[in-house]
Design a protein around this ligand. Structure first.
Ligand code: ZN
Ligand code: ZN
Length: 560
């Protein structure tokens, strides 16, 4: 969701930069930048609500944003774009390059892109230029590299909404995404789309408003760079080889090498067109037929990483991975009592519409001081939940909390308060940089607290923004298994936390998991599909995931 937010925020950010570049007032620049950040982080789609609800958005900015939502730009932005050359604007995307230097490089040296700047520095063309010492040049080169790297991969939430936008924009008989997105990796390089469609689809694709640049145009394959910077490859495939093409372009490469070897041993050939014996087609229309013909179980895409799945599938020992519709509830969600934006009543109604058997409300606890939580507020919320319960006979409401794990491993409230909650998630929200052994002890102490049921977003990473904390995960997971503390798979797509490799390690130690949305708004409830992808990549079954269990079994786990 919230593609409109990202695009509007990017436009406002660009406006702030151009405004600064043309000598605009620094105070106003800052207020535009702040508003852009608030819009990007606003949990509701601004095209569906009043943008004035976003903190820091006053009347003047709101008007610009409304014009942007209507026509994809606003008058003041168009004006400034006209006054600043494109080449200078491209250059200012380098994080370590200021506007004055960008103008100088463009005017005096004809440098009009980050790539050209990188080349000029590497070739020594800027050595000895006044104001650009060796340290500055090294710093600029680092900025160019940073820019290249950040443009290369996006988290799955961005890639998925782009893929869905592309698929909805094309008139095809059949269309689907393949590649690492279909394997549910947490970060994605390019988006691969396959279609059964007439050749005119390529022209239709190139003309879409989300296309910023056509990289390669052909009858069978077209590659574009989208306005979000992500590359999308569209391939047209024959209907008869749909399954073979999906299998081939879903990958992973390593999985496909292993599969092709099995075909070769049988004297067959497997390609993107089908499984063949000489000229005879053995299977091609569906992936299921291809795997069956090779004498193996069907391998769900998230498991296709050459991590033992081929051997297991040949022996019929591939486990049935947990699926989205196995989830019976959500154990980590917020309301507007803390930093959520929807009311308790609205969140609960939305959860009920998803068909849950149980639903936990886990607003933040007092130690996260900016949320201004108090025990009185928590108890008042408990009463509201008890009253609401009678309207939802089919769904059990659980009153929970998201505690803060302090550096010493303690949490916000004493035992007599914690005892009153149905479920306690405990998360690290501060002191991310603690040394490994202290961080490990911090988590273990939290696991040993008998009232802590789930460790929330354990590594605390934010993809592309914050590195994971450093801990001895073997030791943490052993403690979690011993104390019956679940590890969370936080499904928020810029978190995907735990990541799948750590989920696999934790499972090895006997840990259970909770796949939660960590919702701060109603649309976030749907993020659980990303958490399920992480779980499938780690081969989790329903037995591993506590929120697939019936209520009685879950309650026995939470309060043994
Ligand atoms: Zn949290
Ligand atoms: Zn949370």
């Amino acid at each position: 969701m919230a593609r409109a937010n990202e695009e509007a925020a990017a436009a406002l950010q660009e406006y702030a930069e151009l405004f600064a570049l043309t000598g605009g007032d620094a105070f106003r620049v800052r207020s535009y930048q702040k508003a852009a950040k608030a819009i990007a982080g606003f949990p509701e789609d601004i095209s569906a609500t009043d943008v004035r609800a976003v903190p820091g958005v006053g009347e003047a900015i709101a008007k610009k944003m409304e014009e942007f939502l209507q026509r994809g730009s606003f008058r003041q932005l168009d004006d400034l774009r006209g006054r600043v050359p494109e080449g200078v604007r491209r250059l200012t995307r380098v994080p370590t390059l200021g506007p004055k230097t960008a103008i100088m490089l463009f005017d005096d040296y004809g440098i009009d892109s980050p790539a050209a700047l990188g080349e000029a520095i590497t070739a020594g063309r800027l050595d000895g230029v006044k104001g650009l010492g060796p340290k500055t040049l090294a710093n600029l080169l680092k900025g160019v590299e940073q820019l290249e790297q950040s443009g290369r991969r996006v988290h799955i939430g961005v890639a998925m909404s782009l893929a869905e936008q592309v698929m909805a924009s094309l008139s095809a008989e059949r269309v689907a995404y393949a590649g690492s997105l279909r394997r549910m990796k947490d970060t994605i390089g390019d988006v691969d789309i396959l279609a059964v469609a007439p050749e005119s689809i390529m022209e239709e694709f190139r003309a879409q408003p989300y296309v910023a640049e056509v990289i390669a145009a052909g009858d069978k394959k077209t590659s574009v760079r989208t306005t979000s910077g992500v590359q999308v490859d569209l391939r047209v495939v024959p209907a008869a080889s749909w399954g073979a093409a999906m299998q081939y372009f879903t990958g992973s490469k390593e999985h496909n090498v292993a599969i092709r070897e099995i075909a070769v041993k049988k004297g067959w050939k497997l390609s993107e067109y089908g499984l063949f014996e000489g000229e005879r087609v053995i299977a091609s229309e569906s992936e299921e037929e291809i795997y069956a013909a090779l004498g193996m179980q069907y391998v769900p895409p998230p498991m296709r990483e050459d991590g033992g799945e081929v051997r297991a599938a040949l022996r019929g020992e591939l486990p049935e991975p947990v699926r989205l519709d196995d989830l019976r509830g959500d154990l980590h969600t917020h309301t507007d009592l803390t930093d959520g934006i929807a009311s308790l009543e609205d969140m609960v109604a939305a959860a009920s519409a998803r068909g849950y058997s149980y639903y936990a409300v886990t607003d933040h606890a007092p130690d996260l001081t900016m949320q201004r939580m108090t025990l009185d507020k928590a108890l008042a919320q408990r009463e509201r939940i008890a009253k609401l319960q009678s309207s939802y006979p089919g769904m059990r409401l659980l009153h929970g909390t998201e505690l803060n794990i302090a550096p010493d491993g303690s949490v916000d409230w004493p035992a007599e308060v914690l005892r009153g909650f149905d479920v306690c998630v405990a998360s690290v929200h501060s002191h991310f940089g603690m040394p490994r052994d202290e961080m490990t002890r911090r988590f273990i102490t939290a696991c040993e607290n008998p009232y802590v049921d789930i460790i929330g977003h354990p590594t605390t990473r934010k993809i592309g923004k914050r590195e994971p904390v450093d801990a001895d995960w073997d030791a943490v997971f052993r403690a979690a298994a011993r104390t019956g503390t679940a590890m969370e798979i936080d499904s928020y797509p810029d978190r995907s936390d735990l990541p799948s490799d750590l989920v696999r390690l934790a499972k090895h130690h006997g840990v259970r998991f909770s796949i939660d949305s960590d919702s701060h708004a109603i649309p976030h409830l749907a993020h659980q599909r990303f958490g399920v992808g992480v779980a499938q990549r780690a081969w989790l079954t329903t037995d591993d995931v506590i929120n697939t269990w019936p209520l009685e079994r879950l309650q026995a786990f939470l309060r043994p």
